[in-house]
Ligand binder design. Structure first.
Ligand code: PXG
Length: 288
């Protein structure tokens, strides 16, 4: 069924939702975005995603031409109009139409669009068996380059790491920062469990500060687990008892092998499974 796309203040048919070839979002990856889940018609953690979108925009000197509350309503309206019960929203703000130079300030009207659709999920079986991943050689953005904390439209760095993963016949890759510490996976944050304690890199390690990550930290603490933000090395991943990834699309997924090293007993571990369950309950409103 054709989707209704929210574009510049109104819902239009998918076929009419068009962006100019002169938009700097397309020409230079100049813009920001968010990916958000819808669970049982509820937009999951919308406030946190809207907040991150405005932060990303501010960080790249892009002014979103509408208030947070009108963008929130627009996202909700788009979900409703498309009859989405469980799905996915993509909020995008581009720099807008400009000239063939990179100067962003000639772009007078940033474009805002919202897509609400179904979501491509990993097969359920992968959550049971756990995922195999690799370490990417592509280094995560240096903090003085495209800011790793901004969810910008320029994802090429992570795409290069994703290509490394796919070339190795695995779905994900861990990216390390310029100092050699774990930053994140190409579209997920990284956690390990060691001797019953949970560790994840701090945001300054170069990962995006995931909204799923922050919720999982809260849920783990609520279960009485000790969670620390700490720089992790590749070796820390290799010798972890459990390794898992968190993200909007993946939720919580166990990793059972990295670079050919088996993690734990080769199956998703008990803390991974507990946190996946707790996250599911939280997302579906069974726990507040
Ligand atoms: N790191 C990066 C680079 C991401 O892009 C995350 C971490 C996890 O953050 P959240 O806030 O989602 O917990 C992301 C999010 C997709 C897709 O289609 C990717 C993301 C979000 C939604 C969809 O691959 N990445």
């Amino acid at each position: 069924m054709a989707l209704k796309i929210w574009l510049d203040g109104r819902l239009v048919n998918e076929a009419d939702a068009k962006i100019s070839v002169f938009d700097h979002g397309l020409l230079y990856g100049d813009g920001v975005f968010e990916g958000i889940r819808v669970y049982n018609k509820r937009v999951f953690e919308l406030e946190a995603h809207i907040d991150r979108l405005y932060q990303s925009a501010k960080g790249i000197r892009l002014e979103i031409p509408m208030s947070t509350s009108s963008l929130t309503s627009a996202a909700e309206e788009t979900v409703k109009s498309n009859g989405i019960i469980d799905g996915y929203i993509r909020l995008v703000v581009t720099r807008g139409i400009g000239t063939l130079g990179i100067n962003p300030f000639v772009c007078e009207n940033p474009k805002v669009f919202i897509i609400a659709d179904s979501i491509q999920l990993y097969p359920e079986e992968l959550y049971e068996t756990g995922m195999k991943i690799i370490s990417a050689t592509t280094v995560r953005n240096h903090p003085l380059s495209i800011p790793p904390q901004a969810k910008s439209l320029n994802y090429l760095n992570n795409i290069l790491a994703k290509i490394e993963a796919l070339d190795s016949n695995v779905p994900e890759a861990v990216m390390y920062n310029h100092e050699g510490y774990v930053a994140e996976a190409t579209g997920d944050n990284v956690f390990i469990v060691r001797k019953g304690m949970v560790f994840t890199p701090p945001p300054e390690s170069g990962g995006l500060e995931g909204i799923t990550r922050n919720i999982v930290i809260g849920l783990a603490r609520k279960e009485g687990l000790e969670v620390s933000e700490k720089n992790l090395t590749r070796f820390d991943l290799y010798v972890s008892d459990e390794l898992f990834l968190t993200g909007t699309a993946a939720e919580v997924i166990g990793v059972v092998e990295i670079d050919g090293r088996v993690i734990g007993d080769g199956k998703p571990g008990p803390i991974t499974k507990l946190l996946r369950k707790k996250f599911f309950e939280y997302a579906h409103g069974k726990e507040k």
